[in-house]
Design a binder for this molecule. Sequence first.
Ligand code: RAT
Ligand code: ZN
Length: 422
Amino acid sequence: MGEQVKIDNLAAVVNEIVQDTQITDVHTHLYDPQFGDLLLWGFEELVTYHYLIAETMRVVELPYEKYWQLSKTEQAKLIWETLFLQNSPYSEACRGVLTTLKRLGLDVAARDFEGYRKFFATQELDEYVKHVFDIANLKCVVMTNDPFDDQERKVWLEQVVPGKIVPDPSFRAALRLDILLNSWESTWQLLKEWGYEVTVELDDISIKEVQRFLKDWIEIMDPVYMAVSLPYDFRFPEASSRSKLIEACILPVSLETDVPFAPMVGVRRRINPALQDAGDGVGKMDIGAIEYLCANFPKNKFLVTLLSRENQHELAVLARKFRNLMPFGCWWFLNNPSLIDEITRMRFELLGTSTILQHSDARILDQLIYKWDHSRRLISETLVDKYSDLMDTGWVLTKMEIRRDVEKLMGENLWDFLERKL
Ligand code: RAT
Ligand code: ZN
C-alpha cells in the first residue's frame, strides 16, 4: 500500500512533496527568450512592476505624467525609495521583490539598490532562465500571445513560421484574443488588411473568415488554449459582435481544433487611465454567462478564472455541476496570501482535487521565484489542514497518494483537461 504517513510527520511530508513537485504555470506574460526583448527580467523590471507603480503613486505627490517621463532607472529608484525605504515593504508585491532577491542568494538586509542592479546586469540570459526555472521548480509556463501586438506578431511570422526560431517547449503558447473580441468595430479593418474577407456586420462570409484567422494562428502558435480578458459586465448571449464572435467563431473552432476557450472575467479596464497598466480595476460579474456557456456548449471546454473575490464561491459551485469547466488560479488582485488561503480552502472543500489551484501571472521572469514560493507555502499549509482532518476520521494516507494529489493540483489537471501530453 506504500509508505503510510503519520500525523507527526504529515506537515514535513506534505511540504516536501509540494516543494518537489514541478509546476505547469497555466498563465503568465513571459516569453521564450528567443522572442528578444519581449521577455522582461532583472531588478529594474521587478521594481517597476505595475502592481508597485499603483502603490507608489498613492503616496507620492508626483503627477502621473511626470512618472512616465522618468527613465526606467529613475522610476525604479523612486519606487525603491518610496515603498522600500520610506515605508516597510510588506505589501505582497513589495515582499515579492525581496523573496526573489533572497532566493537568488542576495543579501536583503543590505538594501543595496546598486548592488542588486549589478547582480542582474551580469547574468547571461539563457543560463539565468534555467536558474529561475530551477529555483521556482517549474516544468513549463504558458505565455500570453497576442497576434494583434505588432512586435510579437512579427516574431511569429518572421521568425517562428520560417523556422528561424524553434520555440522552447518550456514556454507554451496561449492565443490571446482581447482585441478581436472586445473591439471588433475597429479590428475588422485590420483583419481585412491581413487578407481576411470580413465586414463589420459579421455576415456569413466574415464568420468563416474569422474562423480561418483563428485556425491560422492556432497552426502558427500551437496554443494550449484561446484566452480573452473580459469586463465585469460581460454577458453571454447578448446582441453584440463579441457574443456573435464567441458563438459562431471561437466555440466551433475550439471544438474542431481541441483548443479550449479560456474566459478571464472581471476587469474594469483603465478606471484611472493616467496609471496605464496599473490603472485597471475589478468588478463582480454575473456568473450566468459562464453557466450558459457550460450548459449550452457541453462538448466545449472552458478554462475559467474570475477576478472578483465575490465570484469565487459561485465559480466553485458551478464547477461541481459541469465537467467541461475547469477553474484556475487566483488572478491578479486575488494573488495575495489572505485571498489565496481563502479561495484554496474553498476549492478543496467544494472540488476536492479537481481544480488548478494557481497560476503566477508573472510579467517579469524573476517573479516566477516569489509567486511560486509564496503560493507553495500556502498550498502546503492548506493541504496539511485538509489531510489532518481526513486522518482524524481514521483514514490512512500514503506518501504516494499525497504526491498523486499534489501533482494533479499543480499541473496534471491542466494536461488531463486538455487531453494533451506535455
Ligand atoms: O496581472 C496583470 O499583470 C494584469 O495586468 C493583466 O495582465 C492580467 O493578468 C491579464 O492577463 O489581463
Ligand atoms: Zn495575466
